[in-house]
Design a protein. Structure first.
Ligand code: ADP
Ligand code: MG
Length: 595
């Protein structure tokens, strides 16, 4: 069965549900739909973007309380009161207010790294919960009652069977939008967050923006769920918006499969049904009342984390194998290319660069320059400071002193992605790829700056023409480096040497004027090295400037136009390959102690 026909079967099954199922199951499915919306946001935020949030239930609360208050409060000033006339007007209000609250919290917390972000989400999750309970105009801990039911096309949605259709149309719509978003340039930028900010920024992704986008989308879904909940339940109090529910949502995302939008349905469905069942069963077994299911869930979570890291979605999918999607690159008009400097123009000019890490001077008074149409090799023993120089040039690390000029302008002090935009692109010594993404998609991240379509266009698939061009460009680069047979393979399944080559294709997809390669030949076999050397020569002859860090002397000597040798952070020699090769200092640095 193809993926499309599976979706059709699901939709038909959902549509028939209320006609055959008893009331109790409809109610359960309604709640599963509401939870799935929140979980879907968490799948995007946590599973895809790698940002853990325990505070999602609080956003559900903001959405629910917004509509509860606006539709029930008396004597609101006129400019607000009109919103409360119809729940359909409070929907945008609820989503907007939640997104504004999320934006403020996001500005503070998203910059936190490591464990601080989840801790931050716990803090706001608790604060908002207590706020709901302590504000008298929100009814304190008793909450607000008398929330009107929804009315659609003259039909009163008081009945759960009618409400069911509204919920599930919205859930399926949200799944569709989310899947579209992930399958786009913006989506790749969000997925790139998991590869680390350094990589994503080097490809021109504004990672702070991408984090905020996914954070606000998740908050928006939570608000929608809260709004629906308020009008389904017709009363609200703080209980369902507490931290423990926030943990439950996260749990649904992890169990379902935090990396795939369908995991949200699996997780929300499984946990809701299981909880219902255990709440009946366990007290009877233990002969006492209590929330025993929490213990069970804790154990389940540990089991999932040990045995099914990616949640249950991949397991579910294996039960219903779909035909592999056809390799999806169509011929498309090539992207516009950058106007390149003529051969011989100085591209990069590093002047007296110094970098100190505490007491260690990793780069001391380093100067070098690279011209268009030239391969400059930077060689030296391990720890000489070569990668550090790369990081100074590409804006990853600030200089202690000195200057970096690129295409005539100073770039030290600029952010990585601004330097990337000017036409500098790089690979990493320790590969930074997204292992589960295909070779094609990894390379397409490199073309990020060559597209401009945003989140809305992506969510509604209005950017297909640009997307096809971006993917076609990525496929072209994959072909150039000779990996077309692996185009659709997950990059993690390739040998390490091939992964380095994928990094070169990704860097080339940016259409750079200057290419920086950090040990690209490491892990390649003899013939692969020869092919790489041929490719680099061809690129050089087309006018690209290449700064090549390499350990393998033989590889460099047949290839480079000139060579700079580093040792202990300093330049010890520079010149034509054959000159440098005979330099006694260089021989000493490379062979010192061996002979
Ligand atoms: P190479 O790439 O030539 O092998 P590196 O530039 O990676 O050398 O490292 C040069 C020196 O700087 C090494 O001694 C390394 O331990 C040190 N170094 C590199 N990065 C950092 C860092 N972020 N913090 C502290 N020391 C560092
Ligand atoms: Mg290095």
């Amino acid at each position: 069965m193809s993926a499309r026909s599976r979706v059709i079967v699901l939709v038909i099954a959902l549509a028939l549900g209320p006609l055959i199922l008893p009331e109790f199951h409809i109610t359960l499915l309604n709640y599963i739909g509401l939870y799935a919306l929140v979980t879907l946001g968490l799948v995007l935020l946590t599973g895809v973007g790698g940002l853990t949030s325990f505070g999602q239930a609080a956003f559900v609360g903001v959405g629910a309380y917004t509509t509860a208050y606006l539709t029930t409060a008396e004597g609101l000033p006129g400019f607000v009161a009109w919103v409360g006339v119809s729940p359909w007007l409070t929907l945008p209000a609820a989503v907007l207010l939640t997104v504004v609250v999320a934006a403020m919290l996001g500005l503070i917390t998203l910059r936190l790294s490591g464990h601080y972000l989840p801790l931050g989400t716990i803090a706001w999750g608790m604060s908002l919960y207590f706020l709901f309970g302590n504000l008298s105009f929100l009814g304190g801990h008793t909450g607000l009652t008398g929330i009107p039911s929804l009315n659609l096309f003259g039909m009163d949605l008081k009945d759960g069977r009618h409400f069911y259709y509204l919920i599930w149309v919205l859930v399926l719509g949200a799944l569709w939008l989310s899947q579209n978003l992930l399958d786009s340039r913006e989506g790749r930028a969000i997925r790139a967050l998991k590869g680390g900010t350094v990589m994503a920024e080097a490809m021109g992704v504004d990672t702070a923006r991408s984090k905020m986008v996914v954070f606000l989308v998740a908050a928006g879904y939570a608000a929608l769920s809260g709004w629906l909940y308020a009008h389904l339940q017709r009363f609200v109090n703080p209980t369902p918006f507490g931290l423990h529910i926030g943990i439950e949502y996260l749990f649904m995302a992890v169990v379902g499969g935090a990396g795939n939008v369908w995991g949200a349905l699996v997780g929300a469905g499984l946990i809701t049904v299981l909880k219902q069942w255990l709440q009946d069963l366990l007290p009877r077994i233990f002969g006492a009342s209590g929330n025993f299911e929490i213990i069970f869930f804790g154990l389940l979570m540990i089991f999932v984390l040990h045995r099914a890291r990616d949640g249950l979605w991949p397991v579910v999918r294996r039960l219903f194998p779909a035909q592999a999607a056809a390799a999806g690159v169509v011929a498309a008009a090539p992207l516009p290319i950058r106007e390149k400097p003529v051969a011989g123009t100085v591209l990069l000019d590093v002047r007296d660069a110094v970098k100190k890490f505490g007491g260690l001077t990793a780069n001391n008074q380093m100067s070098l320059s690279v011209k268009a149409g030239e391969i400059l090799a930077l060689i030296g023993p391990n720890g000489a400071g070569k990668s550090t120089l790369f990081n100074l040039v590409t804006g990853v690390e600030p200089l202690t002193s000195g200057e970096v000029h690129f295409l005539g302008g100073r770039v030290d002090g600029k952010a990585s992605r601004e330097i990337a935009r000017l036409g500098m692109s790089r690979t990493f010594q320790h590969v930074r790829l997204l292992a589960t993404m295909s070779v094609l998609e990894n390379v397409a991240i490199g073309a990020h700056l060559r597209g401009r379509q945003g989140v809305f266009a992506a969510a509604f698939h209005l950017e297909r023409a640009e997307e096809e061009r971006l993917l076609a460009e990525a496929a072209r680069q994959v072909e150039l480096v000779g990996l077309t047979e692996h185009l659709m393979d997950p990059v993690g399944s390739l040998a390490l040497g091939q992964q380095r080559t994928v990094e070169i294709a990704r860097a080339l997809a940016a259409d750079p004027s200057l290419l920086l390669l950090d040990e690209p030949a490491a892990g390649l076999r003899y013939l692969e090295k020869a092919a790489l050397a041929d490719l680099l020569r061809k690129l050089r002859d087309n006018g690209l400037g290449i700064l090549l860090v390499e350990h393998d002397m033989d590889f460099v000597m047949g290839l480079a136009d000139s060579v700079v040798v580093m040792e202990f952070g300093e330049k010890i020699a520079e010149g034509l390959p054959e000159e440098v090769q005979g330099n006694p200092d260089v021989i000493e640095a490379y062979l010192g102690g061996v002979d």
